[in-house]
Design a protein around this ligand. Structure first.
Ligand SMILES: *[C@@H]1O[C@H](CO)[C@@H](O)[C@H](O)[C@H]1NC(C)=O
Length: 287
């Protein structure tokens, strides 16, 4: 009986996955992931966005015609897009997304230092909620006043949800040196404002409302199909393009390289699916 169930579950996709994959109108494919790759626990974090953003239902119809059809920060600034990492069961997407964006933007001013430390933020940003989430403005405030050190100095250890106290020294005993942003913006103005930010200064932090179908994404251009609201998620958006007439954003998730398109995903651009065009932000290295 047990082996029959195992065989059946090996071959049969869940009804949600079958419905997504069998509808030719969908521009993306789904699969059932094992629990070690996609756990509900890590998706349960509570991320707050400023009311000026969340209250916004539509954007001024600014022209996107002035922008190239495709743009990729990784090509524009080689080395800026760091490796995909895995937040584990910690609700710390806010720390990964902001650390990844600051790390990438250091490359745009020729001051790249490799991956920055989400652990530093989870452990040391006192006004965030560690593995339970954060108010994204509070995180940028911390990145402005406190900064963030390198992954090498404070490596990620909260993958199982335990958050150690803010360390006094790097793992190897040396003094902690941090990178900080001079200012930050909660981006308003939707698609063209996001594109302008990326072309001028590099990747941005993207926020979006995550629904059940997103967890099963495996390839293509995601747009909401069905499923209940899970939580907000934050990721790095680093480019855009068009495939078969469908516009998309290039994003890096924090669920390891075995989820999605090698850890990355594309999400439909220009229709504000899951509020992806309403909740982005970025730090700057100028005042
Ligand atoms: C580390 O920081 C301490 C305290 O600020 C300072 O006294 C010490 O000289 C620093 N060590 C190095 C190697 O810079």
């Amino acid at each position: 009986m047990i082996s029959v169930c195992l065989i059946a579950s090996f071959f049969a996709a869940s009804p949600l996955v079958e419905r997504i994959n069998n509808n030719p109108a969908n521009t993306w494919k789904a699969r059932d992931y094992p629990a070690n790759i996609i756990s509900i626990a890590k998706a349960k974090e509570n991320i707050k966005f400023p009311e000026t953003q969340t209250a916004k239902k539509s954007f001024a119809p600014l022209s996107t015609g002035d922008f190239p059809e495709t743009f990729n920060c990784g090509e524009r600034w080689p080395g800026s897009i760091g490796p995909v990492r895995d937040v584990g069961t910690c609700g710390g997407s806010w720390a990964f997304a902001t650390a990844n964006v600051v790390a990438a933007r250091l490359y745009t001013i020729n001051k790249g230092v490799g991956p920055l430390s989400p652990q530093d933020l989870v452990s040391c940003c006192d006004d965030a909620y560690g593995c339970q989430g954060a108010d994204i403005e509070v995180v940028w405030h911390h990145l402005h006043y406190g900064g963030v050190t390198t992954e090498e100095c404070i490596p990620w250890v909260s993958g199982y949800g335990r958050v150690p106290l803010c360390p006094a020294h790097c793992k190897d005993g040396s003094n902690i040196t941090r990178q900080w942003v001079k200012s930050y913006t909660m981006i308003e103005g939707g698609e063209p404002a996001m594109m302008k930010q990326m072309m001028e200064e590099g990747p941005i932090v993207g926020g979006f409302m995550m629904f059940a179908d997103f967890l099963q994404y495996t390839s293509g251009i995601y747009h909401y199909v069905e499923g209940g609201f899970i939580a907000a998620n934050t990721v790095m958006i680093f480019g855009w393009g068009v495939e078969n007439g469908v516009k998309y954003w290039n994003c890096m998730n924090n669920w390891g390289p075995y989820w999605g398109e090698n850890g990355f995903f594309r999400i439909q651009r220009g229709i504000n699916t899951c509020s992806i065009e309403g909740l982005s932000s970025a730090g700057h290295f100028y005042f």
